[in-house]
Design a protein around this ligand. Structure first.
Ligand SMILES: [Zn+2]
Length: 166
């Protein structure tokens, strides 16, 4: 089995956290950009930029956000959001993110898993497996924790705490 490494800029953690806390108590989400590489032994992701969908008025009709769910309702719209992030940062679209506000549940929900599995089956990021970053924080706190979830095989997900890039 390949080793998986996920690194992230601290500025991206800050951007995601502020964005997610601003939308609380509703969930929110967006896309990730950066670089990746993949050899037989190692799969590496560097998350170097991100956007939150709530920052763009033009995308307000392509998702539903409640306290327990964040769902994209328009696949083409999501692709346009990804393109927007690629334009802003000049880097590749490498994955998605969303938040679980006021929750001790810092794992993907069954519905989240079916979404990332669908990306895997559609080979959406081929030859790379889909990457999904989840932000969560408990009720009464604003200490956001972050996990990177990578769908390696059908239903086999690597869950990693991203390393901050120095
Ligand atoms: Zn979720």
């Amino acid at each position: 089995m390949r080793n998986v490494s996920v690194k992230i800029f601290e500025s991206v953690i800050d951007l995601l956290s502020v964005n997610a806390l601003n939308q609380s108590p509703d969930e929110t989400g967006g896309v990730l950009v950066g670089t990746r590489s993949c050899t037989d032994d190692l799969l590496e992701y560097n998350i170097l930029g991100a956007v939150g969908i709530s920052s763009f008025n033009e995308f307000k009709d392509i998702y539903n956000a409640t306290a327990t769910e964040f769902t994209c309702t328009d696949r083409m719209g999501w692709a346009k959001l990804a393109l927007k992030a690629v334009e802003i940062y000049g880097m590749s679209y490498i994955g998605d993110w969303h938040s679980h506000p006021k929750s001790n549940f810092n794992n993907l929900s069954p519905k989240d898993i079916s979404h990332i599995l669908q990306q895997y089956e559609l080979r959406q990021f081929n030859p790379f497996p889909p990457l999904h970053v989840l932000l969560s924080w408990p009720l009464g706190s604003e200490r956001v924790s972050i996990t990177a979830n990578i769908m390696l095989h059908n239903n086999v997900i690597a869950v990693i705490k991203p390393q901050i890039i120095e």
